[in-house]
Structures are given as structure tokens and as C-alpha cells.
Ligand binder design. Structure first.
Ligand SMILES: [Fe+2]
Ligand SMILES: [Fe+2]
Length: 171
């Protein structure tokens, strides 16, 4: 594998673990302020981000490259309100989309077809991630941060099904 692509994927593993930690931090913030459903949703999102990291790790291993686990920055722990939390979720997902697109560009440039094929899943996934985050943000904006509306949104997000945790090596 091209070393530039390997470096980019190692950086992506770091970014996915950071995403997971950021969402865990947000989950704890939400839980402490009574948003139990959103806390649950964010925790599931953290698990999902962890599986993304595992997929990248498995991909490097499948291609005989040893992944490097890099230092993870401490995520923020304070937000002005639940709306800001989801604004930051959306902004973060948009940033991750750019990172994935950059790796895809690199893979195209190096005619690394296995990587472009593998990254396709993440490109589709990011469309969903951004859509979900912006949908939740819209709901919060409509409902406002106080009252029955936000209570209903919190209840709804509390219904999110337990994310399946995988090693990424299965399929
Ligand atoms: Fe991710
Ligand atoms: Fe994500």
C-alpha cells in the first residue's frame, strides 16, 4: 500500500476514535442535565464511531499493513445547551466527511482500487450521518430547548436500538 494512504487511514482511525470519545463526552453532559434519551443516542453513536475505527483497522490488516494507534485529544466537556451539542455533532460529521473525501481522492490519485471500493461505504455512511444530525438539529430548533417538545424528542431518541459492536473483520 502507498505510504501516503496508510498515513491517511491511520489519521482516520484516530479521527474515528476521537469522534467516539467526543460523543461519549456529549452523552455524559446530556445525562447530567436530564436528557436521558439523547444521552443514550449519543452513547450509541459513540459505539458506532468505534466500529468505524475498527473497520479501518481491519482494512489495513487485511492489506498487510500494521495500523498505528495515535494519540487522541481530549474532547470538549461543556456546551451552552442541547442545541449547541447537536450543532457540534453536525459540524463534526461535516469535518469527517471532508477527511473521508480526502482519503478517497488520494486513493483515486494512486489508482488504489481496493481503497476506493472500501471507502465507498464510508462516503454513503457520511451522507446518512450528516442527514441524521441535521434532522435532530432541526427538531430541536423547532421545539426549542424547554418544554414538551424537547421532552418528546428526548423520548424518541431514547428509542435508538443498541448499536452492534463488531471487530470490523467479519465482512
Ligand atoms: Fe465515523
Ligand atoms: Fe460519524
Amino acid at each position: 500500500m502507498n505510504t501516503e494512504i496508510i498515513t491517511a487511514i491511520n489519521n482516520q482511525i484516530q479521527a474515528e476514535i476521537y469522534s467516539s470519545n467526543l460523543y461519549l463526552s456529549m452523552s455524559s453532559w446530556a445525562n447530567a442535565r436530564g436528557y436521558k434519551g439523547m444521552s443514550h443516542w449519543l452513547k450509541q453513536q459513540a459505539l458506532e464511531e468505534h466500529t468505524h475505527a475498527m473497520k479501518f483497522i481491519a482494512f489495513l490488516e487485511d492489506r498487510n499493513s500494521q495500523p498505528e494507534i495515535l494519540q487522541i485529544d481530549k474532547p470538549d466537556a461543556e456546551w451552552s445547551g442541547i442545541k449547541e451539542v447537536f450543532e457540534k455533532v453536525l459540524a463534526h460529521e461535516q469535518k469527517v466527511t471532508k477527511l473521508i473525501n480526502n482519503i478517497y481522492d488520494l486513493a483515486l490519485e494512486h489508482k488504489d482500487h481496493a481503497s476506493t471500493s472500501f471507502l465507498q461505504w464510508f462516503i454513503d455512511e457520511q451522507v446518512e450521518e450528516e442527514a441524521t444530525a441535521s434532522e435532530i438539529l432541526d427538531e430541536i430548533s423547532l421545539a426549542g430547548e424547554k418544554g414538551a417538545g424537547i421532552y418528546m424528542i428526548d423520548k424518541e431518541l431514547g428509542q435508538r436500538i443498541q448499536a452492534s459492536t463488531t471487530t470490523g473483520n467479519e465482512a
